[in-house]
Design a protein around this ligand. Structure first.
Ligand code: 13P
Length: 241
């Protein structure tokens, strides 16, 4: 059975005070969330402890935005798997295009991070997707195939979520047509050994397009950036019809 996973990626947004404000607006909506939907919040590391305490016992699960492959060591600025699991973190985003683009992450480091996440019992959300230039050049399929080939070496597909995030659709308001996202996600699925992996769509997911996106048969959830920052908007998304 493929699980539905809706995750909010807060990126580098929200102080702890702003996180408290978010919770005040969001917590009243929790009861509306239909059973069987996994809802995950991935705040900056600095908010994990606060959210871990505030969401304890609720249906909302906690995710981080990255994880290092070693358990500890001289890796300034990095966070390890045991540091996350100690806080009750269950999911971790790995290989987001912003990490690949701005922080030099490669398929090799993405692969190491995926394996480390799984070793510590975290479920990684692997992000893949093409740039506008690659899409225009007709390279969407070959780029994604190459990413999957390298990123998933020795990765356990029984404990994995994948997010298809076309880079040109991130933060632009330029959503990928839902039928096209469905097609690419079907293509991703055809390259996996486990057909039950949940595959999300990400890129300008909003309250006004979530119903259409989730109506697509191949799409098992969403990875939501900007629209997860505002309580009413994220509540509407997790309560899609
Ligand atoms: O990058 C994203 C989620 O990881 C998508 O961001 P937006 O929803 O803001 O386009």
């Amino acid at each position: 059975m493929r699980k539905i996973v809706i995750a909010g990626n807060w990126k580098m947004f929200k102080t702890q005070a702003e996180t408290q404000d978010f919770l005040q607006g969001f917590l009243p909506h929790l009861e509306e969330i239909p059973q069987g939907r996994e809802v995950v919040l991935c705040p900056p590391f600095t908010n994990l402890n606060l959210l871990s305490k505030s969401l304890h016992g609720s249906v909302i699960q906690l995710g981080a935005q990255n994880v290092h492959w070693e358990e500890n060591g001289a890796y300034t600025g990095e966070i390890s798997g045991p540091m996350l699991t100690e806080l009750g973190v269950r999911f971790v985003i790995v290989g987001h295009s912003e990490r690949r683009q701005y922080f030099g992450e490669t398929d090799a480091t993405v692969n190491l991070r995926l394996k480390a996440a799984q070793k510590h019992g975290l479920t990684p959300i692997l992000c893949v997707g093409e740039t506008k230039e690659q899409r225009d050049a007709g390279e969407t399929e070959s780029i994604i195939t190459a990413q999957l080939d390298k990123d998933l070496i020795d990765v356990d597909q029984d404990n994995l979520v994948i997010a298809y995030e076309p880079i040109w659709a991130i933060g632009t308001g330029d959503t990928c047509e839902s039928t096209e996202a469905n097609r690419v996600i079907g293509l991703i699925r055809s390259q996996l050994s486990n057909p039950h992996v949940s595959i999300q769509y990400g890129g300008s997911v909003k309250p006004n397009n979530i119903d259409e996106i989730m109506a697509q048969p191949e799409i098992d959830g969403a990875l939501v950036g900007g629209a997860s920052l505002e309580p009413a908007s994220f509540a509407r998304i997790v309560n899609y019809k």
